[in-house]
Design a protein around this ligand. Structure first.
Ligand code: GAR
Length: 195
């Protein structure tokens, strides 16, 4: 694990566990920005697509074990060395312990694929959220960007963006709509927080 304090840009560290399309989207959004950059992508999942994507793009990536988050100060120290302005969760599925939150107050944010508090909480991520929305035949849905606290999906809300749902919405169409909304808004919300 290495540090990247070689320039004066504000740094975003992205945490992701799975696919990583949001992580890569955030990276691309800031790629030519003079003041802000995605400096690292961290993942707890060694086999995740996000680590492969980050590696292919030449983004510094760090794999850590779940225990590093819960049981030792080493992960906190590595991130403190990087000195990010924001830690952005993008499909990161682990609960965050108090020690980690206390080390980065008001700096950790998350994106969730529903209008919280609807369809939040433990086990509610990705496709599971979409299936519930479809089952309930909701007329609208959207995304939530919020600060992270010690409970799943319960931190202070920063932004919510809504969209209307059609009667014939299916898993694919809903997923596509939500992802488009995420790609459009998450980087902008991060930028706003940093400027
Ligand atoms: C995103 O849709 C994000 O909102 C969701 O995981 C997906 C990750 O996609 N997060 C949650 O459900 C958190 N509870 P990606 O890996 O392709 O960016």
């Amino acid at each position: 694990m290495e540090d990247s304090n070689s320039n004066s840009k504000k740094k975003i560290v992205v945490f992701a566990s799975g696919n990583g399309t949001n992580a890569v989207n955030i990276y691309h959004y800031f790629r030519n920005n003079k003041n802000i950059e995605v400096s690292h992508i961290f993942s707890n999942n060694k086999k995740s697509k996000v680590l492969r994507r980050a590696h292919d793009l030449g983004i510094k990536c760090v794999h850590f074990e779940k225990e590093d988050l819960y049981d030792s100060p080493s992960l906190i120290n590595v991130i403190k060395d990087i000195d990010p302005s924001i830690i952005a969760f993008a499909g990161f599925l682990l609960k965050v312990p108090e020690s980690f939150l206390a080390a980065f107050p008001k700096q950790i944010i998350n994106i969730h694929p529903s209008l919280l508090p609807k369809y939040g909480g433990e086990g509610m991520y990705g496709e599971r959220v979409f299936r519930k929305i479809l089952k309930n035949r909701d007329k609208e849905s959207g995304i939530t960007i919020h600060y992270v606290n010690e409970e799943y999906d319960e931190g202070e809300i920063i932004a919510q963006i809504k969209l209307e749902l059609n009667n014939d919405e299916d898993l694919n169409s809903l997923e596509e709509k939500i992802h488009s909304l995420e790609y459009e808004h998450y980087p902008k919300v991060i930028e706003k927080l940093l400027t």
